[in-house]
Design a protein around this ligand. Sequence first.
Ligand code: GUN
Ligand code: ZN
Length: 450
Amino acid sequence: MTPTLYRAAFMHTPSSPFTDADALHVQEDGGLLVDGGVITASGNFAALRTAHPGAQVNDLRGGVLLPGFIDTHVHYPQVRIIGGLGMPLLDWLERCALPEEARLADHAYARAVAKDFLHGLRCNGTTTALVFGSHFKGAMDVFFEEAAQTGLRTVAGQVVSDRMLRPELHTTPERAYAEGKALIERWHGVGRARYAVTPRFSLSAGEGILDACAALMTEFPDVHFTSHINENVREVQTVRELFPGHLDYLDTYDRAGLLGRRSVLAHSVHTTDRELGQMAAHHCTAAHCPCSNSALGSGLFPLGRHLNAGVHVSLGTDVGGGTGFSMLKEGLQAYFMQQLLGEGGVPLSPAHLLYLSTRAGAEALDLHEQIGDFSVGKAFDAVWLRPPEGSTLEAILGHAESASETLAALYANGTQADVAQVWVGGDEVHARTGFKSSESVQKQPPVLAS
Ligand SMILES: Nc1nc2[nH]cnc2c(=O)[nH]1
Ligand SMILES: [Zn+2]
């Protein structure tokens, strides 16, 4: 097939702005040559055009092209209950989340929810997600089937628990192991799907369930692990009471043998220094979910303490405790919360926000050799942000004087309405009306005027 040369103003962070002052890479009139879904050359458009005269040009000027967003904590069964405000975590679970999760016992209902959920991801420019699944195996088969239809990259797992939720959401260690094994064998590594072993949290998963999870991870060492940790003070206190012989919340996962390079722990708001030290030693990731932490009043994420301890941090929307699928909004809320911490906060630049919503997620999932930025050899996973004509964001971008200003404006103002087109591995997975790649795109000067 003829390679495609994408012409766009693009930005990406091939390294971390937390450790590299020059992490933000910008091409104002850039070119990305894509062959077989993989970026084979990257640089200035004119130079690439000369070097590759036979390539088919896809002109994406008039917007900004970013690597596809990577959401590292989002719940599939909760898409239809986004917006339950005014409750702390445990009340919200009981009143909003769990009744809806019980409805996914019905496969037809689960399929409709999966479609809504996957649509929410892709129309917000999210190309990869670490997905907290359903308690029901059937609803997970349905989810993976639907995800394969969309072309998105998903790392997802059946959620397992054996106490303190609702009886219909409880399983046994034997069933958790058997159903997890069947799902891994059917879906892990098939197309763009991967599997994550997913106990809901230690509050609802006794030692037998955690051991069943560990057995799966021993048998299938390249699967992922995800759960919640230290989100809410009442939750932390209850876990302490349920595991009197353990040092702390992290120790409940650690002693079961669940922590490693591919472990992503969501929230981590009330984490102790001992736990941070152990998370760093195990190379775990903390998935920061700032909109959810705000909506449920869980607390202000201590980003500086995580970074100082050497804990990797990524970003998650935590739909439906969170307030929607937009990783732009999540980045902005992460910025707000560090601002609110005053001197204890980490000042986040636009480059940090881009890194947290793209490359940091790829690192969390150990997929950074394949996705997360626009380096040569990476899959072409991308989101083209192009504000609608007449929008405020269009006016702001037209007057931005630097790449950093443009990026800040995108995070401060961008919404789903600005997502014009989305690709995974070079395949178009979403196009706003009027922006199909088969249709001719209106030619406009680059937003990043030099
Ligand atoms: N935010 C959030 N925290 C949890 N802890 C256990 N389950 C959940 C959930 O569904 N959402
Ligand atoms: Zn969650």
